[in-house]
Ligand binder design. Structure first.
Ligand SMILES: [Zn+2]
Length: 464
């Protein structure tokens, strides 16, 4: 057994998988949780959301959030429902995005539960949501905004400082100091890419004793294609096929990037003028959050340069209501429909898929990472049928994928980001499927001779 004064680090999620990011730091009697993500994707993972939290939520003193994506934040309402009452530290844009993402998550869960009850296909009777809007309201009241590059003390004896991770609006990686003599940790959160459209490059990482690093694409490199050229090729091919280009996109970040790039291509004549529908109330609301935090990204410059307008109806047709969404069905294409969710687990993309997947003139574009067990991954792997709302929908559409949109650094980019660091005492690879985490660990060991480890879920390390 370890004494109470030795700091401990526990991997409660995103170990050997890309979702459920939850890292617990314990120093003396203090407990700090870094990220509080939802398990997503395969059913065996989603079921983990229903397990009791490994420590009593009321015993956690505070949470620090790297960014608003649900795989890092989406368990917070459940944690609060189970008794967590401490502050939740996040940047102001992250807090604004949480307001959108967590309410949407609660709504999706209520809808899924209601649908399962109606169709009777849930094993639980009645099927229940993991949390509801009241829990989300509590989370939002517990938020404490923090500035990047400013030290703060979320719990007594643990100091934190956020740096721009370049992964999405508001995203940070965290430098954390605790104990005496101080141990220094670095939590990468999700690391963005260099020269990505809209976002800044990830900031240089400070030296650390222990590094906890993501490895989503740790076993491969993205094609070094220009996202603009790749998108132009897919759009032009879709126009030749004659039908709609259906883009499965995250509503926050990716949808704004896509509109920005499509408008850029139309402006330069690389693709024809096409109608674009942004069929997601959340994407429309998220665009407003982007505008409120214009200094965070390159969007303001793009608007100023006249490359895109303010996502006004002139640029893109915004479908907020269900009626506006259904009205898109009357159009045959060519045109572009951007709808969530990005991995096709839910959202309006499902209705478009139901209608258009059986049509050979349709093109479906996967514009982001597709986790195991999602419909997006099935399509990527060549599925001939896709199960939607209990029905098998035949796939006659062309399916295309563009990696260049990924919000995650690949193996080469993670190594580039980490290259200025002196060797940490230990590097833990998290947030990757097993082959990816292993790939990143081997790459860092080979390139920098670093000591690396891929922790299993539930493991605990003494920080010396
Ligand atoms: Zn993320």
């Amino acid at each position: 057994m370890t004494g109470p004064t030795q700091p401990l680090l526990s991997f409660l999620g995103a170990a050997g998988t890309v979702s459920g990011s939850r890292h617990l730091l314990e120093a003396g009697r203090q407990r700090l949780l870094v990220d509080c993500g939802l398990f997503q994707g395969e059913k065996r993972l989603r079921l983990k959301n229903w397990h009791d939290f490994p420590v009593p939520p009321a015993s956690i003193n505070a949470v620090v959030l790297t960014h608003a994506h649900l795989d890092h934040s989406g368990y917070l309402p459940r944690l609060v429902r189970a008794g967590f009452r401490g502050p939740i530290f996040a940047t102001a844009p992250t807090a604004d995005l949480l307001d959108l993402l967590l309410y949407d998550s609660a709504k999706c869960q209520a809808e899924d539960a209601a649908y399962a009850n109606k169709k009777g296909y849930s094993r639980h009777r009645p099927a229940l949501p993991l949390y509801d809007e009241r829990d989300v309201g509590r989370v939002l009241r517990q938020l404490e905004p923090v500035e990047r590059m400013a030290w703060f003390e979320p719990v007594t004896g643990i100091r934190c400082r956020g740096h721009d991770a370049g992964h999405m609006l508001g995203s940070c990686f965290y430098e954390i100091e605790l104990g005496d003599p101080p141990v220094r940790l670095l939590f990468s959160g999700d690391v963005g890419r260099f020269d990505a459209p809209l976002y800044h490059d990830p900031a240089p990482p400070p030296p650390c004793d222990y590094l906890v690093c993501e490895s989503t694409y740790g076993d491969r490199n993205h094609a070094q294609d220009n996202p603009l050229e790749e998108l132009a090729a897919v759009v032009n091919e879709a126009v030749d096929r004659g039908g709609m280009l259906l883009v499965a996109s995250f509503a926050v970040g990716r949808a704004q990037q896509l509109v920005y790039l499509l408008r850029t291509l139309m402006g330069s004549g690389q693709i024809p003028q096409l109608p674009i529908w942004l069929d997601s109330p959340m994407a429309v609301a998220a665009t407003e959050v982007f505008r409120q935090h214009a200094g965070e990204h390159d969007f303001a410059e793009a608007i100023e340069a006249g490359i895109v307008g303010n996502l006004s109806p002139r640029d893109v047709q915004l479908a907020r209501s269900a009626a506006e969404s259904k009205a898109i069905n009357a159009h045959d294409g060519p045109g572009v429909i951007i709808a969530a969710s990005g991995m096709m687990n839910g959202g309006r993309i499902l209705h478009h898929l139901k209608r258009r997947l059986p049509l050979p003139e349709t093109t479906v574009l996967l514009a982001g990472f597709q986790a195991k067990g999602t419909r997006g991954r099935s399509l990527q792997e060549g599925a001939r049928f896709l199960k939607i709302h209990g029905r098998e929908i035949p796939v006659a559409a062309a399916v295309r994928q563009i990696d260049a949109f990924s919000g995650h650094a690949d193996r080469r980019e993670i190594a580039r980001w980490l290259s200025p660091l002196p060797p940490p005492r230990q590097t833990f690879l998290v947030h990757g499927e097993p082959a990816a985490a292993r790939g990143m660990a081997d790459h860092l060991a080979e390139m920098f001779q670093w000591k690396t480890h891929c922790p299993a879920i539930g493991t605990r390390f003494v920080l010396e």
